[in-house]
Design a protein around this ligand. Sequence first.
Ligand code: FES
Length: 107
Amino acid sequence: MARITYIEYGGKARTIDVPNGQTVMEGARDNGVVGIEAECGGACACSTCHVYVDPAWIEKLPAKNALEHDMLDFAHDPDPARSRLTCQIRVDHALDGLIVHMPEKQI
Ligand code: FES
């Protein structure tokens, strides 16, 4: 389990305990977090689960694979340093305390 804080574009924050094995996207979707749409259901085919990772966490996350890297080109206003697709980040205890910021909009 990891306690993850999702911060909406307007600044509203939700902190959720996400079970190990789920993705960061599933933790948001299953708890009604506003701002992560996940239209493809986690297949890395839509880029609507885009977030900006808090700077303190960028180096702690597993690296992007090639598919995530390519799909981020379709996200709204991606930041090469901070943007990630939450469906590609699987939760384990090492992510406890993770903070992600939602973009102004998805696509
Ligand atoms: S849910 Fe579609 S790319 Fe992540």
